[in-house]
Ligand binder design. Sequence first.
Ligand SMILES: NC(=O)c1ccc[n+]([C@@H]2O[C@H](COP(=O)([O-])OP(=O)(O)OC[C@H]3O[C@@H](n4cnc5c(N)ncnc54)[C@H](OP(=O)(O)O)[C@@H]3O)[C@@H](O)[C@H]2O)c1
Length: 301
Amino acid sequence: MSSRRDALPLRPFGATGLEVPPLGLGAGPAGDPGLSEAEAERLLGTALDEGIALVDTAPSYGLSEERIGRHLARRRGGFVLSTKLGYGVPGVPDWTGPCITAGVERALRLLSTDVLDVAHLHSCPLDVLLRGDVVEALSRAVCAGKARVAAYSGEGDALAWAVDSGAFGAVQASVSVCDQGSLDGPLARAAARGLGVLAKRSLANAAWSGAPPTPGDAAAAAYRERWSALSLADLGLEPAELALRFTAFAPGVSSALAGTRTPERLRTLAAIVRKGPLADEIVAEVRRRWRERGAGWPGMI
Ligand SMILES: NC(=O)c1ccc[n+]([C@@H]2O[C@H](COP(=O)([O-])OP(=O)(O)OC[C@H]3O[C@@H](n4cnc5c(N)ncnc54)[C@H](OP(=O)(O)O)[C@@H]3O)[C@@H](O)[C@H]2O)c1
């Protein structure tokens, strides 16, 4: 267990009043039914022991929400809890106001908590946001004290609208060496407006690993091509370190969410973030290559 001496420092989560560490746990892997209950408990516990006091989950992450409820409820005061909404409530049509309202109750029950710190609309398109009912239902959950921060997770025109709408206190978007397109536009505006910003896919889904992407995972497949087109291996840094230090210290990013199945890798990721930002010339080179070779690449949902 880490001592408080090397706990990760906290940063303001925009103007929300919450504070988050530069590294958050993407708790998708913790929901994998292939992990035993004891393995999931160890993974989640290691995150908090390492000072990774932010846990991001979703209804689509397998057993993740119920495992967080089961294994972290007694440590609930020690971390920021982020989840997603919009689908997956039995008997309620997806992407409707009632689905948000019932989804909040479902999440509170599964997560064994009385408040969600960050509640995202999980990747709905712009037309759903513009319809109003879903955004209003989320806002009512905040007014009722069931969620602290209304947030949107997604990319492109919907992300841009969410940032500018005034309806959200935070956004979640893909940010990595292989996904830099939102940094200068919507995420810079988000930070300037006082929104918290969570960076998803911060390791570019380990694009450097020789492992084939999971079938159907378009983002992971795209990132492998981008990693190679950007020739990032020739920068001379260990890939996970290059990727995570780039994202965790990117301007405007409050916290980089990273996913892993293993406590050992989680400790490695925390140690990487403790090293602080990359040298300015490395960041400048990663940004230069993106502008030169990747400027038209879209953010990956
Ligand atoms: N809102 C959304 O729609 C959305 C979409 C995607 C992601 N997210 C959030 O962002 C989180 C992270 O995204 P992600 O898991 O898709 O991608 P990621 O964090 O960019 O990459 C995860 C991959 O990196 C590998 N990895 C982890 N640590 C490593 C290390 N030290 N060295 C080498 N490889 C390492 C993991 O493999 P091992 O498991 O084998 O370590 C896993 O394959 C998610 O869990 C979720 O919270 C949200």
